[in-house]
Design a protein around this ligand. Structure first.
Ligand code: SF4
Ligand code: MG
Length: 272
C-alpha cells in the first residue's frame, strides 16, 4: 500500500545512484515530508536542479522537474517563475554548483528577492566529479585539488545569502532531518527568496580523505558540531569555534520580484 509521501516519488526510478552512507537521500526524504505537510499540488510545482550528486534528487520526485546545467538552476527557475508566477518553484543545488559556478546567479536571485525556495545540499565538496574543493569546503581540508589542504577560507552560506538580499535563510543537517523538513515548509511558505542550507555527508569524496569515518560517523559529527540558533545566542565566540548554527537564521519582508515586475508592466501600459 502506498504511504502518504510515496506519491511524491518516482519509485520506478529507484534504486537511486547515491553511495552507501550518503546523506542526499535524507535531504530528499526531508523534502518529500515537507511536500506532504504542505499537501503540495504536484501539477502546480516545479523542481529545478543543477548538476551533481544532489541534483539527481529532482529526478526521483514526481513533479514537473528540470535537470539543468551546472550552476544554472536558478537562472532556469527565474525564467519559470517569471513566466508563471503562481507556480511553486523549488531549486536544488550542490555547494559547488550554487556558490562557485552558479555563485553569480545565487547572489542576484537573492538580490531580486524572487519567490523561489532554494535547498542547497552542502556536502562540502564536489562529490560527483571526484572530490574537488568548493567554496564551502572548510579551510585546511584535503581534496583532490588540495592534496596539501585547502588554503581558501570557505563562505558562510547564510551570511552570503543575507548580504545578497535573501529574505528567508535557514540551515539544518541530515542528523536534524525533522528540523530540515520544518524549515523547508517555512521557506516555501515565505514570500520571497528562501535559502535553506542542508549540511549533508559525503563519506566517499570528502569524509574518506578527511578521515571522518563512515556516513554514520559523519552524522554524529553533525550532531556534535551543530548548535541551535537559540542556544548559540548565549555562547561566546570561543565556545562557537568549530561549531555552526542551525535553525531559522533570518527572516524579513521585502517586495517580491514577480509582483514588482507585474506593477512595472501595468505602469508601462498606462494602467497605474
Ligand atoms: Fe553521496 Fe558523495 Fe557518493 Fe555523491 S560521491 S553519492 S555526495 S557519498
Ligand atoms: Mg557538493
Amino acid at each position: 500500500m502506498q504511504n502518504s509521501t510515496e506519491k511524491y516519488l518516482r519509485t520506478e526510478k529507484l534504486p537511486h545512484i547515491w553511495c552507501a552512507g550518503c546523506g542526499n537521500g535524507i535531504v530528499l526524504g526531508a523534502m518529500v515530508r515537507a511536500f506532504d505537510k504542505m499537501d503540495c499540488d504536484q501539477n502546480n510545482t516545479v523542481i529545478v536542479s543543477g548538476i551533481g550528486c544532489s541534483s539527481r534528487a529532482a529526478g526521483y520526485m514526481d513533479f514537473n522537474t528540470l535537470h539543468t546545467t551546472h550552476g544554472r538552476a536558478l537562472a532556469f527557475a527565474t525564467g519559470i517563475k517569471m513566466a508563471k508566477p503562481n507556480i511553486n518553484v523549488f531549486v536544488i543545488m550542490g555547494d559547488g554548483d550554487a556558490t562557485a559556478i552558479g555563485g553569480n546567479h545565487l547572489i542576484h536571485a537573492a538580490r531580486r528577492n524572487i519567490d523561489l525556495t532554494t535547498i542547497i545540499f552542502n556536502n562540502q565538496i564536489y562529490g560527483m566529479t571526484g572530490g574537488q574543493y568548493s567554496p564551502l569546503t572548510p579551510l585546511e581540508s584535503i581534496a583532490t585539488t588540495a592534496p596539501y589542504k585547502t588554503i581558501e577560507r570557505n563562505f558562510d552560506l547564510p551570511e552570503l545569502a543575507k548580504a545578497a538580499g535573501a529574505t528567508y535563510i535557514a540551515r539544518s543537517t541530515t542528523y536534524h532531518a525533522a528540523m530540515l523538513t520544518n524549515l523547508i515548509v517555512a521557506g516555501a511558505t515565505h514570500k520571497g527568496f528562501s535559502l535553506i542550507e542542508a549540511v549533508t555527508a559525503c563519506p566517499v569524496s570528502f569524509g574518506r580523505r578527511n578521515k571522518m569515518g563512515s556516513g554514520y560517523d559523519m552524522l554524529m559529527w553533525q550532531k556534535e558540531h551543530a548548535v541551535s540558533a537559540e542556544k548559540a545566542k548565549n555562547l561566546t565566540p570561543e565556545e562557537m569555534q568549530e561549531k555552526f548554527v542551525i535553525g531559522e537564521l533570518y527572516k524579513t519582508n521585502a517586495p517580491e520580484y514577480t509582483e514588482v515586475y507585474d506593477r512595472l508592466i501595468e505602469r508601462a501600459q498606462g494602467k497605474i
